[in-house]
Design a protein around this ligand. Sequence first.
Ligand SMILES: [Zn+2]
Ligand SMILES: [Zn+2]
Length: 340
Amino acid sequence: MDDLKVGVRNKRGDWAPNASVEVAPFWAWPLHPAKVLRWLPGYFWPWNAFHLATALLYWRFVIPAPEAMKTLAWGWALWLYAVNALSIFVMYGSIELFYYVKRKQGTRFKFNGKFPADNPSDVFWFRNQNIDNFLRSFLISIPLWTLVEVLLLWCFATGSVVWLGWADHPVYLALLVLIAPAIHELHFFIIHRTIHWGPLYRWVHSVHHNSINPSPWSSLSMHPVEAFLYHAVAFWHLVIFSNPIVALFQLHLAGFGALNGHIGFDKLELTDEAALDSHAYAHYLHHKYFEVNYGGDGLIPLDKWFGTWHDGTKEGDARMQARFEKKRARLNAKRAGAGA
Ligand SMILES: [Zn+2]
Ligand SMILES: [Zn+2]
């Protein structure tokens, strides 16, 4: 596929799409129903449908019977860790293998012209981004994801929280499934914005940001505090009256869904004609510029409301530079004041 038909490549070899990142169309006024209708299929397919499918498969084949989950025990906790780890290994690992190791697509549609493996750096364990990110995912983040999962299921199994049945509340639960990605976006924005605060950034979030040029293994490369808070989005379902399958879907949106922002390619070519949209650009820009796009790609346009939105255009870049300039001026004035 010719990526220069829909984007441009600079001298360094970095590619950027011509189209800007658009927030969900139902926030525009006046509302354009046709735009909303065009946007809807992409909301479900393929990513959210995939996460819902994995939640259903887990419920059917992986999650133990509620009776067994009434007691906290290593047996079922380790079983869940094994399945989570294996699933991530297969899902993230296959994209790493084909697009980063075999490089079957070269740098077509790749935001950063370089590959992480070609850039050793002291910030990483073993000076290697891939090994560092991989180990942090499997030794820190996936165990904490599993901890959240175990506590969540245990609360439902013991009857400590309300467990709504599908037969009695089909409409309400379907609605919860529908808005779960919005809950994810809100939760992620809040915790992510919080850990960008100076001291928390240095202590916690800088670990994730070591990967300026992320690849799939970077998705879950987090400090333990971030890894726990990130997956704790599923705990919303302990208080909003829900069902464990919906809560599991919420958890999978976090665990499996972390991949999207870190694919590094705008499109993954599947055949000569077909490609998968990664939805990665907004979060790629976050890794590149740090203080933009704290949320996802605009399902709830929180970044727009708080003035931190970067849509990938020249205007978006100018807005960001103006904001950074203001911040620098503020800091300089503060320093000058402290020195006086
Ligand atoms: Zn990230
Ligand atoms: Zn960040």
